[in-house]
Ligand binder design. Structure first.
Ligand code: HEM
Length: 105
């Protein structure tokens, strides 16, 4: 079964728009990675100030290959020159294994 890697970004209320705009301008490179299965940016509605970058992969090897390859390019922001100040004040990465899944009947 697949694995899920979530990057949890702590984003202060006044930086939400900045973060979402950065993702709107994201490069869409991850979609082309071997073993990539799904991406979602999840905006918190209540209970946390963490946005979740949800990604699902065929296996750990596929995720590691992306991390060691085009992940860096995907995180280089808009263009050349200096990287803008990060919108997030913190981040942590969580790993899960898919145990069960079901589409609607
Ligand atoms: C220091 C930690 C990290 C921070 C602060 C961060 C933040 C961001 C930001 C702001 C973007 C939007 C594009 C940009 O402005 O660069 C982005 C893109 C993305 N991030 Fe991260 N990220 C981090 C690490 C990770 C990790 C470990 C994962 C793996 C789950 C991940 C998954 C993604 C994906 C899938 C995209 C979209 C890339 C694409 O379109 O190709 N990020 N990240």
């Amino acid at each position: 079964m697949s694995i899920v890697k979530i990057n949890a970004l702590t984003v202060p209320a006044e930086q939400r728009e900045v973060l979402e705009q950065r993702f709107s301008a994201r490069k869409g490179i991850v979609e082309t990675a071997d073993g990539f299965e799904w991406f979602e940016l999840l905006r918190p509605l209540e209970g946390t100030d963490q946005y979740l970058v949800y990604t699902r992969w065929r296996d750990e090897e596929a995720f590691q290959a992306w991390m060691n390859g085009s992940m860096k390019e995907a995180h280089q922001g808009g263009g050349s020159g200096e990287r803008p100040k990060p919108a997030a004040t913190g981040s942590e990465t969580w790993s899960f294994e898919v145990v069960q899944q079901a589409p609607p009947k």
